[in-house]
Design a protein around this ligand. Structure first.
Ligand code: THU
Length: 175
């Protein structure tokens, strides 16, 4: 139940529930909202976005993680997920949902990038059922960047990316 969570986690869950209202889910009729909290305290919330070409559907968790990344604030420590079927009456909002396999993989890499674990707060639509776990519990022995023979780590590459982008922007401003 919502009352069992502390104030910041309550707020995260509320943002996820509100985001679910903005789902585009004409095919599954299943709305999902996700809200990530970065270590800065900022919250990024998003909904699932479906497509007639089913494989192109974007899950709410992926969209929320992408928002945090695009805001330059990718180091997250928690994610709340709220999902419900919106054409099945009360029954559709009673079962707690958990991130799908692809989203677990995305959350695992976000955790690795933030040098920590990520708490995952899974909720049913009416927030009467809440299951709190960590991404390490939801996806043990995850495949990750350390499995790939990358000789240069992201922080160093990111510096190179920023320098390159700055050069390109400076060229554009001179034109
Ligand atoms: N969905 C999510 O947004 N996140 C998940 O972790 C599970 C599934 C969405 C995708 C699709 O729009 C709908 O829920 C039904 O699969």
């Amino acid at each position: 139940m919502l009352k069992t969570l502390d104030r910041p986690d309550c707020e995260l869950v509320e943002k996820a529930q509100e985001a679910a209202a903005r789902a585009y889910a004409p095919y599954s009729r299943f709305a999902v909202g996700a809200a990530v909290r970065s270590k800065s305290g900022a919250i990024y919330a998003a909904a699932n976005l479906e497509n007639a070409s089913s494989g192109l559907t974007i899950c709410a968790e992926a969209a929320a993680l992408s928002l945090a990344n695009s805001a330059g604030d990718p180091d997250i420590d928690a994610i709340a997920v709220v999902g419900f079927s919106f054409t099945d009456g009360a029954a559709g909002a009673s079962r707690v949902i958990a991130p799908c396999g692809s989203c677990r993989q995305l959350i695992a890499e976000a955790a690795q990038r933030a040098n920590g674990n990520v708490r995952v707060i899974c909720c049913n639509g009416e927030l009467s059922c809440i299951a709190v776990s960590t991404i390490a519990e939801l996806l043990p022995n995850a495949f990750g960047p350390e499995n790939l023979a990358v000789s240069r780590k992201w922080p160093a590459l990111q510096e190179e990316l920023r320098a390159c982008a700055e050069r390109l922007i400076a060229i554009r401003k001179k034109q």
